[in-house]
Design a protein around this ligand. Structure first.
Ligand code: FPP
Length: 214
């Protein structure tokens, strides 16, 4: 209990020390390091993932309170399907649990829940909770919480180029129309600013197929 109070005091001080004139418009987080964090404590990876979700709760609240406009969380990549099925299932259930527990509070805090990536491959229960959270919060005007799920930067580009190619074949677009601005309109992040800050908690410096061309 003493320890918890101490952490809360440290967090309050950290928030107080933020220069409110320099708040990034868009923060992106590659949610990794959970497994390694648990391992150093002699705990299973699932323990690390649960702790990761707790941290995310705090981050979302803080970003919303200090006026960040976009927060993108790289929660499940197109490569993450290669993980053991038990781990994949546990991650999907954590997502469902997070959305069920948090959606009311997110809505009260004026947060808009959005997702990027091909969610059609996620279990139906995840798709339902995501659609529910999105519909419920779509009229809000605060923080836009972008959950990147079954997301991959390369996959995003392939989808964009295929759609553009179809538009050219159907003569709705001309090859000369293809430029940076046009491509950005075919990305999941259409209309959103590029991230000002990408955080990777594990300390790795790779982008790992996240928001490649920003
Ligand atoms: C990668 O690092 C982490 C993930 C693939 C999972 C992150 C997603 C969740 C915890 C699901 C819930 C999502 C939300 C948005 C509530 P790692 O844990 O494999 O750690 P490592 O890099 O140390 O191996």
């Amino acid at each position: 209990m003493f320890f918890r109070n101490k952490i809360t005091a440290v967090k309050k001080k950290a928030v107080k020390d933020i220069d409110m004139s320099k708040i990034p418009e868009h923060i992106a987080i590659i949610m990794d390091g959970n497994g390694r964090w648990a391992k150093t404590r002699g705990m299973p990876r699932s323990f690390g993932h649960k702790a990761g979700v707790e941290t995310i709760r705090e981050i979302v609240k803080t970003c919303s309170n200090i006026g960040v406009k976009y927060l993108t969380l790289y929660a499940f990549s197109t490569e993450n399907w290669k993980r053991p099925p038990d781990e994949v299932n546990a991650l999907m259930m954590l997502l469902v649990e997070y959305l069920r527990k948090e959606v009311d509070e997110l809505h009260q805090n004026n947060v808009v829940v959005n997702f990027i990536g091909d969610i059609s491959a996620l279990p139906q229960v995840c798709q339902d909770e995501l659609t529910n959270a999105k519909n419920r919060t779509k009229q809000n005007s605060g923080l836009i919480l972008n959950l990147a799920l079954n997301y991959g930067g390369r996959d995003e580009l392939i989808k964009a180029f295929k759609t553009i190619a179809i538009e050219i074949v159907n003569r709705n677009l001309d090859v000369d129309d293809v430029n940076e601005e046009l491509i950005s309109k075919f990305l999941y992040t259409k209309g959103m600013p590029d991230p000002d800050l990408v955080i990777r908690p594990s300390g790795e410096y790779r982008l790992s197929n996240f928001l490649l061309c920003r």
